[in-house]
Write a protein that binds this ligand. Structure first.
Ligand code: ADP
Ligand code: MG
Length: 323
């Protein structure tokens, strides 16, 4: 089983960035209102995620690290109606197989916390400890026992960049959660958790960009849109700032990018892209999300309506706000 976990880790754990993503998504699923993420050396040596969510009960602590152990799937009648971010139950098992983990967790109802150490998938220590409500997971020395993966590790800088992108997206997708992101002892950003997308954007992106943003809000035919776009004068050389969330989940979709960019049509120079942060709420039964751990693909049952909502929102926002 440890071997299977190690193989699965090849699929789930692409690098430190996917560890960060999985740990944060677990914290979000656990109902945390505060999430602190600290990394060192691009996360290769050290990742710590601290949340104030529901914690894990003493009797479930080891199970959480078993493959296909998930406490979430029983609530899903249809896998398409994915309300929690995780449900496959393989992230913790896969991460644990290729790293050294220390976890401390305490549910509110339990008087003591549990501290658990795992090395390459084997529990090496478990004890009761005093702890605040919530969960802290430290992942050290990723891939230390898989030399082949270690060899292909990217530079810490490149992993730091990827983690920064994931941190921004997750924080933007959850404006009601207060995030703090620390890289090599420097606080990179903190968000207020006051559920205001504009404040969250301001905490994460630069001020000049923030000033160029135009707010949009629309509700039509079962689709709710809430977001910000930049004036056409504020463009980027790539799509990294076309950030779309569907029901709180970051997604990549050529269709969505096309809907956004066509609304800008003549206004954008060639090979330039707008900044656009869109929060879409769509009846979950009208979307298919491929939740392969490393992918974020999505299909919409009715693209036409969605195109219309996005296109109309952007064109009317632009016409009101550009001279
Ligand atoms: P999944 O998220 O797909 O269920 P994971 O391997 O990521 O699978 O996590 C396994 C289980 O461990 C979760 O279903 C959850 O019950 C528990 N768990 C993991 N992280 C946390 C956390 N930060 N707070 C509370 N429970 C957690
Ligand atoms: Mg998970």
């Amino acid at each position: 089983n440890l071997t299977i976990n190690k193989i699965a880790a090849g699929e789930v754990v692409e690098g430190p960035q996917s560890v960060v993503k999985e740990l944060i998504e677990n914290a979000i699923d656990a109902g945390a209102t505060s999430i602190i993420v600290e990394i060192k050396e691009g996360g290769q040596k050290f990742i710590r995620v601290t949340d104030n969510g529901g914690g894990i009960h003493e009797e479930d602590v080891e199970t959480a690290f078993m493959r296909h152990a998930t406490s979430k799937i029983q609530y899903l009648e249809d896998l398409n109606v994915t309300l929690t971010l995780g449900f496959r139950g393989e992230a913790l098992a896969s991460i644990a197989a290729v790293s050294q983990i220390q976890m401390v967790t305490k549910p509110k109802e339990q008087l003591h916390g549990i501290s658990l150490d795992i090395v390459a998938g084997n529990v090496t220590n478990k004890k009761q400890v005093g702890a605040p409500d919530g969960t802290t997971i430290i992942v050290k020395n990723l891939f230390f026992n898989t030399p082949a993966r270690l060899k292909f590790m990217k530079t810490p800088q490149s992993d730091t960049t990827k983690i920064g992108e994931i941190m921004s997206r997750l924080a933007l997708s959850q404006p009601h959660i207060a995030f703090k992101y620390i890289n090599n002892n420097n606080v990179m950003f903190t968000t207020s958790g006051t559920n205001r997308l504009d404040q969250t954007i301001l905490s994460i992106l630069d001020k000049a960009l923030f000033k160029s943003l135009i707010a949009m809000r629309a509700a039509k035919k079962g689709i709710e849109l809430d977001g910000y776009i930049s004036q056409p004068s504020y463009v980027r050389g790539n799509r990294n700032y076309e950030i779309v969330f569907v029901n709180g989940r970051y997604v990549k979709s050529k269709f969505l990018y096309r809907s956004i960019e066509e609304a800008y049509r003549e206004k954008l120079p060639i090979n330039k892209f707008p900044v656009c942060i869109l929060n879409l709420k769509i009846d979950p039964s009208l979307v298919d999300i491929n939740v392969h751990p490393t992918k974020t693909e999505i299909k919409f049952h009715d693209e036409e309506i969605l195109y219309e909502v996005i296109y109309d929102s952007i064109t009317s926002a632009l016409s009101k706000n550009t001279l």
